[in-house]
Ligand binder design. Structure first.
Ligand SMILES: [Fe+2]
Ligand SMILES: [Fe+2]
Length: 419
């Protein structure tokens, strides 16, 4: 009868331990409860659970009960200790027979003062993951083989929990490492893109900084559209690289201080297709950068090039870059043309909304400007790129407000004119 009750009690404790191992998030807390359950189920006075670090060859106490402050928190093991533990497996080792273990000779005194009677190596899948130290029983009776079996079963649970924790820690470490690698890669990508943009702009001395500005305007438009950080970054990259095809166009055509003739123009107009070819083999993480390059001179009304696509046929990212590109063309001096005054630019955007540009993109760009001028954002990007006087031209705020009111209800599709 007494044995039966003991059995029921033990099963209860084991089930509870299994539960602990499966559910507790806090590893330290789980180890503490597990030790208490183990000690409680066999009425053991004191004990501790240590995790083994294979790299440091050290046992580190995870939790202790009744062992006091003097008990060592870290115990060094040598190769022979580890080997003996592995050979022994999960079964408890009587301290009286542990004299052969080199580490035991070092910590002998601590074990003796605390009346440690059993050492239980936690061996899981042929690996030593920890050791449980157990003191004497409350009734000072020796451990029976039945007790040892229970200890063995509970130790297995604790050992598995430690292995799980080790795996989790390893996973977390790798995830962190991957994140750092990814960040590095992202940074390298961004730097490369910017270097490329600078290289493109170098060739074109009259429109110095054009690619960089188009990258920045694209970024602002994407932000105003509420795109995610990564999508916005993609839009910026598409802007930075949209004219990469110009790298293969002759310098004197790009830099011609006059309106170029038809032949030269045909040569220049190859740059979207060339850009597409250049960008296609590169893996771009956030946006279809090659398509942006290929179609950044298309217009909603089908009057663009190279393919004369209509509204919905044009990739959205290309529409976005087209607006950023045109905005920069209007707002910077060209060899044969001075830049347009700010109010004319806004009117032009408004007029061409639905013809060349997607209305919601124009709205986004105008809203970006208005927010900066009315200090709704701290950003000074437009002023920095275009000059304070130019951006703060008289009457520009009401003009922008008016433009925004007029365009808000429109959609690109309703405004397409096909005639
Ligand atoms: Fe272009
Ligand atoms: Fe351009």
């Amino acid at each position: 009868m007494e044995n039966q009750q003991k059995l029921i009690h033990t099963f209860g404790a084991l089930a509870e331990l299994g539960n602990e191992v499966a559910h507790k998030q806090n590893f330290q807390e789980m180890m503490r409860t597990s030790l208490h359950l183990l000690l409680g189920s066999l009425a053991i006075m004191r004990g501790g659970v240590a995790r083994y670090s294979r790299f440091a060859h050290e046992l580190n106490m995870l939790t202790m009960r009744g062992l006091g402050d003097e008990f060592p928190l870290g115990l060094s093991l040598c190769y022979e200790d580890e080997r003996q533990f592995l050979v022994n497996g999960l079964f408890p080792i009587e301290v009286s027979q542990a004299g052969v273990l080199p580490f035991f000779q070092v910590y002998d005194r601590s074990f003796e003062t605390k009346k440690i009677e059993l050492l239980v190596p936690l061996v899981v899948r042929d690996e030593l993951v920890g050791v449980i130290f157990l003191g004497e029983k409350a009734n000072s009776q020796p451990f029976t083989s039945y007790d040892k079996e229970i200890i063995c079963a509970m130790a297995r649970h604790i050992g598995v929990a430690i292995v799980q924790r080790n795996l989790m820690a390893e996973l977390e470490r790798r995830a962190e490492e991957n994140r750092k690698l990814y960040d590095n890669l992202k940074m390298t990508y961004k730097d490369t893109v910017k270097a490329f943009a600078a290289a493109i702009d170098c060739k074109d001395k009259y429109t110095e900084g054009h690619s960089v500005r188009v990258g920045k305007y694209s970024e602002i438009i994407a932000e105003e559209l509420g795109w995610s950080e990564e999508e916005t970054e993609g839009a910026a990259v598409a802007g930075y690289l949209h004219d990469v095809g110009k790298l293969t166009v002759e310098r004197n055509i790009i830099n011609a201080p006059y309106r170029i003739n038809a032949k030269e123009s045909a040569e220049l107009n190859k740059h979207p297709a060339v850009g597409y070819e250049i960008l296609l083999p590169i893996h771009h993480p956030f946006a279809d950068v090659p398509l942006a390059a290929k179609y950044h001179h298309e217009r909603l009304d089908g009057n663009g090039y190279p393919d004369g696509l209509y509204d919905r046929e044009i990739p959205y990212i290309a529409k976005l870059v087209n607006l950023a590109d045109s905005f920069d063309a209007m707002t910077t001096d060209r060899p044969y043309k001075r830049r347009r005054p700010t109010n004319e630019v806004v009117e032009d955007l408004q007029r061409n909304s639905g013809k060349q540009f997607a209305p919601e993109l124009v709205t986004a760009l105008c809203r970006g400007m208005l927010k900066e001028l009315t200090s709704e954002t701290k950003s000074k990007r437009f002023r920095r790129l275009l000059g304070r006087d130019y951006m703060e031209a008289e009457g520009i705020v009401p003009l922008l407000k008016n433009a925004l009111n007029g365009m808000s209800a429109t959609s690109s599709l309703t405004l397409v004119s096909l005639d």
